[in-house]
Design a protein around this ligand. Structure first.
Ligand code: F6R
Length: 265
C-alpha cells in the first residue's frame, strides 16, 4: 500500500485526480475500455471537482468511461436527492461529461433488494474489471457500506447500517438520523478487491483512528478497510489530520519525497 500524506485536503484532491486519470489512461490504452468505480460522500468531492475542472479546461475525456457506484440506500424513491445515483450525477458525472446512461448503481428502489444486489454483482462482473475504484472510509473503518464484521470475501449484498453511520450521514438528511435509511446495497469487500487500483481518500481528524487501523492494524473484519492490505495496488491519500495516528508517518513522507517519477501512482 502506498500511503501519501499531504498537508491539505486540496492537495489530496489533486493527487487522487492524478491517480484516477493516470490509471484510466493506462487502462484505456491496454483494453480500449474503462470502468471507473465511484464512491459518494464528502471525501472524494475535491478530487471530483478537480477531475471535472480538467475535463472542462484541459480536455480530459470521460466519454468512453463506464461508471459504477459502490453502494446505494434501500428504499429511497427513484430520483430522491440523496439517492447515490442522484448525488454522483450532481457532484461529478454531469460536470465530467459522463453520459448518465453509462452511470450505474444498485437498484435501491427494487421491491426485492436481495435480488437487486445479486443483479448488481452480475452487472459489475460483466462490465468489469473496474480499472480504478475511488473509496472513502467511515470513522468505524467501513469502505463502501461494509460495516465492521463484514466478510473479507463478501459479494454485493444488503447490509444494515450501524447507528454511528446513520448519525454520521444525518447531515445529508436534514440532521435527522432517523431519516437515513437503515439498509443499503453495497459492493462487498471481495467485489472491491477485484478492482485493478484502489484509491482511498481520507481527510480530517475524525478519520485518523480508522486510517491507522486500516493501514497498520491487523487484517480483520473489525476494520473492513484493513482488507486493502490484501490488494496489490492501493493508494491511500490522507491529509495530515487523517494521517495523524499512523506510526509510520515519517517514513511515508520520506518515501514520497524520494519517489521516482517512473513509479507513478
Ligand atoms: C459512500 C461510501 C462510504 C463513504 C464513507 C465516508 O459511497 O461508500 O464508505 O465513503 O462513509 O463518508 P464521507 O466521505 O462522507 O466521510
Amino acid at each position: 500500500m502506498e500511503i501519501v500524506l499531504l498537508p491539505t485536503s486540496e492537495e489530496c484532491g489533486r493527487v487522487v485526480a492524478d491517480a484516477v486519470a493516470g490509471t484510466l489512461a493506462e487502462t484505456r490504452e491496454r483494453n480500449g475500455h474503462v470502468v471507473l468505480g465511484l464512491a459518494t460522500g464528502s471525501s472524494p468531492l475535491l478530487a471530483y471537482g478537480e477531475l471535472a475542472r480538467r475535463h472542462r479546461e484541459e480536455g480530459l475525456s470521460f466519454a468512453d468511461v463506464e461508471g459504477f457506484l459502490l453502494d446505494e440506500y434501500v428504499g429511497l424513491p427513484a430520483g430522491h436527492s440523496e439517492s447515490y445515483l442522484e448525488v454522483i450525477r450532481r457532484e461529478f458525472t454531469d460536470a465530467a461529461g459522463l453520459d448518465p446512461a453509462r452511470v450505474h448503481g444498485p437498484d435501491g428502489t427494487s421491491p426485492d433488494p436481495m435480488a437487486a444486489a445479486r443483479d448488481y454483482e452480475e452487472r459489475l462482473q460483466a462490465a468489469g474489471p473496474v480499472a480504478v475504484q475511488v473509496l472513502g472510509i467511515g470513522a468505524n473503518g467501513h469502505i463502501g457500506f461494509n460495516e465492521p464484521g463484514s466478510s473479507l470475501a463478501s459479494p454485493t449484498r444488503v447490509k444494515t447500517l450501524t447507528e454511528q453511520t446513520r448519525r454520521d450521514n444525518a447531515r445529508f438528511f436534514g440532521g435527522d438520523p432517523e431519516a437515513v435509511p437503515r439498509h443499503v446495497i453495497t459492493q462487498g469487500l471481495g467485489t472491491i478487491l477485484r478492482a485493478g487500483h484502489l484509491v482511498l481518500v481520507a481527510t480530517g481528524e475524525a478519520k485518523a483512528a480508522a486510517v491507522a487501523a486500516a493501514a497498520e492494524g491487523p487484517v480483520s473484519a473489525s476494520c473492513p478497510a484493513s482488507a486493502l492490505q490484501l490488494h496489490p495496488h492501493v493508494t491511500l491519500v490522507a491529509d495530515d489530520a487523517a494521517g495523524s495516528r499512523l506510526e509510520g508517518a515519517d517514513h511515508y513522507r520520506y518515501v514520497l519525497e524520494h519517489k521516482l517519477a517512473e513509479q507513478g501512482w
